[in-house]
Design a protein around this ligand. Structure first.
Ligand code: GLC
Ligand code: CA
Length: 566
């Protein structure tokens, strides 16, 4: 495996609307980011991925872009952005922009033109079809519920929107459209950015003919993913993008790829033949029995299975090894908070957040830290639907509680566990008013636990989650084994402990994670021999002389050992 900077870095994701507000309008902004660059430097991250800051009506948190080359006035001006980039680079921090190229806003000038007439020069920038027997062109469901097609009265045709109806899908079959996207990419790269996160990039190629999705339930609209995830021309488009744009720059790319398999991921991220550096896979976000998933989709609540997590992660680790490259995240702006989901956000919040942080940094791949994760921020659990802002959450509530009469408290429980707003409440900077996020009225309420969980507190406490992240990031910088070491699962059938080995040349690290509040006994398989050991990091006070071959783990305890003399 070749050494590459994008393998060695740690990425920090900023959701700008919720990061820090500097002008008191209740909305995080670019000046807020500038003000916190020293904080990021102290944390030690090398790369920032910025969720979209382009001009947008904000139907889907900025993932609905109306001008790719302008800054949303809520966030500031282009001059602020330029200053931000300069200040990042001064500190050795690189910037990834979020490229949303599967769709635009319906307020993008291309779409405004496109909908005007069937022979408008921009008509073919989007996907228009006539209806079928007075109904939509096919039965596909949108990812946010309802049909994926919207009838437009101007021409009497439907346009495709895999997300909201204010997010019409672009037509990648059209070479002129593809050239426009490449032009936009070059424009940002020439301004000095260091790469892109590519939003739902494996959905850009749709099956010609737009066949109906198989009917698997009595719902009116059905999941048609098999006809647009990893579609027939995806690999070709990505190769063209690489050839036309990416190959000309020293650039970092990560594709967001829902439903991606390890096979696809190898195709996309292959060291020689691939087009992107890495992808975000979703299997560890969907841990649940198949029938549960089929019924409730992302909104299912309930326990998840550590054995399944191990199987999923191990498959990704092994199948990409020596071929492609893994990325790894436990949370982002679309997911609940990791400590609430995979740890314990009550009594063992600090220990379990540290355990998860260790897991994140010790796997073979590039780690992504989501804002607030580094202080162990938790899910929010608003009681009233009126406190939620996310389009997906509000649609879900309206459809199930409003239209279908589902049990309100059950639906609220699902929302409290899974809503994207869990990750979008403001960053908790201090115990002051509004967690120090804004002097105004925040666009979404602050999590009431900010008086205990906040950056000021975390910085002052040497035992905090924050300082633990700092140590992990520093370790990663010093020890190539964390980046390049191969991975081997141990104790595959253990129901509380996730243990694995990392190996590089003659160095070996043993990672032992207790994913429960129980106190299981760890016993190292006798095939693993060593004469000396060294404790690399742990989330509890630990006597480093204790023999790692066998010991009792405390709740959510993690230990990492370096084994010598095997
Ligand atoms: C991605 C984004 C998500 C957005 C969707 C549509 O999944 O991460 O926030 O809603 O794409 O752009
Ligand atoms: Ca602001």
């Amino acid at each position: 495996m070749k050494r590459r900077w994008w393998k060695e870095c740690v990425v920090y994701q900023i959701y700008p609307r919720s990061f820090l507000d500097c002008n008191g309008d209740g909305i995080g902004d670019l000046r807020g980011i500038i003000a916190k660059l020293d904080y990021l430097k102290l944390l030690g991250v090398d790369v920032v991925w910025l969720s979209p800051i382009y001009k947008s009506p904000g139907d889907d948190g900025g993932y609905d872009i109306s001008d790719y080359c302008e800054i949303n006035a809520d966030f500031g001006a282009m001059a602020d952005w330029e200053e931000m980039l300069g200040q990042m680079h001064d500190r050795g921090i690189r910037l990834l922009m979020d490229l949303v190229a599967n769709h635009t806003s319906d307020e993008h000038p291309w779409f405004i033109e496109s909908r005007k007439s069937r022979d408008n020069p921009y008509r073919d920038y989007y996907i228009w079809r006539p209806g079928k027997e007075g109904r939509e062109p096919n039965n596909w469901a949108s990812c946010f519920g309802g049909s994926a097609w919207q009838l437009d009265h101007v021409t009497g045709e439907y346009y495709l929107h895999l997300f909201s109806k204010k997010q019409p899908d672009l037509n990648w079959e059209n070479p002129r459209l593809r050239e426009e996207i490449y032009r936009i990419m070059r424009w940002w790269l020439d301004k000095g950015i260091d790469g892109f996160r590519l939003d739902v990039i494996n959905m850009i190629s749709k099956m010609p003919g737009f066949p109906d999705a198989p009917v698997v339930s009595d719902e009116r609209y059905q999941w048609g993913g098999q006809y647009f995830i990893q579609g027939p021309r995806l690999v070709e488009y990505l190769r063209e993008m690489r050839q036309q744009v990416l190959s000309k720059y020293d650039v970092f790319t990560v594709g967001e790829t829902p439903g991606v398999t390890t096979e696809h991921a190898v195709d996309i991220t292959h060291e020689e033949a691939g087009s992107l550096n890495m992808v975000f896979q979703f299997e560890h976000m969907d841990l649940a029995p198949r029938d549960v998933l089929a019924k409730a989709g992302k909104w299912h609540v309930g326990p998840w299975d550590l054995l399944e997590l191990k199987q999923v992660m191990t498959r990704w680790q092994k199948e990409l090894e020596g071929k492609g490259w893994n990325s790894f995240y436990l949370s982002n702006h679309d997911q609940p908070r990791s400590v609430s989901r995979f740890g314990d956000d009550g009594g063992h919040r600090v220990e379990s957040a540290k355990m998860l942080a260790t897991f994140l940094h010790m796997l073979h791949g590039t780690p992504y830290v989501y804002q607030g994760e580094e202080i162990g921020m938790t899910n929010v659990r608003f009681e009233s639907i009126d406190d939620y802002r996310d389009i997906e959450t509000l649609r879900f509530y309206r459809e199930w509680v409003g239209q279908r009469g589902a049990d309100r408290s059950e639906m609220m429980a699902a929302i409290q566990a899974k809503s994207r707003d869990n990750a979008r409440t403001p960053m908790q900077w201090s115990a002051g008013a509004n967690a120090g996020f804004t002097t105004g009225k925040p666009w979404i309420k602050v999590n009431p636990n900010y008086s205990q969980i906040n950056v000021e507190q975390a910085q002052a406490d040497p035992g905090s989650v924050f300082h633990y992240y700092r140590r992990l990031i520093e370790l990663r910088r010093k020890h190539p084994i964390m980046v390049y070491g191969s991975y081997e699962l141990l104790l595959a059938a253990h129901e509380q402990i996730y243990a694995f080995l990392r190996t590089l040349h003659n160095e070996q690290w043993l990672v032992i994670l207790n994913f429960t509040e129980d106190v299981p006994v760890f016993a190292l398989p006798s095939t693993i021999a060593f004469s000396q050991h060294e404790l690399v990091i742990s989330n509890y006070p630990t006597d480093s002389r204790e023999d790692p071959r066998s010991f009792e783990l405390r709740p959510y305890e993690v230990r990492v050992y370096r084994l010598v003399g095997g």
